[in-house]
Design a protein around this ligand. Structure first.
Ligand code: MN
Length: 129
């Protein structure tokens, strides 16, 4: 069964690139352009991993990951921040908010999928029913 990844990203070019790279490697990708739609999809699609842009219109990525981690239905899904914020302390801030990892933009097509795979749980046996 294909592993499913939810991408929450407002930039269309990044959505296209990430979707292309992951589908090329056999993943199923679902995406949302903002936080509220991302939270809804996380509940509906039950992805194996969530890739989360931090700089989103309205509800930012920090608020999105906090909401994911406070909902028992989505708490156990690993969330990886994908962000161009390069300032010192942002990595710590995303981890403190509940992310399990951090991938920097701009997305490098040669290293992006391996970076995602390092953060993707091995088994399909999720805690979530
Ligand atoms: Mn953005």
């Amino acid at each position: 069964m294909k592993r499913r990844i939810l991408l929450i990203e407002d930039n269309e070019n990044n959505r296209y690139l990430v979707t292309f790279l992951l589908e090329q490697h056999g993943y199923e990708v679902v995406h949302a352009p903002d936080g509220p739609q991302g939270l809804h999809l996380a509940n509906q699609a039950r992805p194996d991993l969530i890739l989360l842009d931090i700089q989103l219109p309205g509800m930012d990525g920090y608020a999105v990951v906090r909401a994911l981690k406070s909902d028992p239905a989505t708490r156990s899904i690993p969330v990886v921040a994908v962000t161009s914020y390069a300032m010192c302390g942002d990595r710590e801030r995303t981890i403190a908010a509940g992310c399990c990892g951090y991938i920097e933009k701009p997305i490098d097509p040669d290293t992006f999928v391996p970076a995602v795979e390092r953060l993707l749980p091995e088994s399909g046996g999720k805690d979530v029913p």
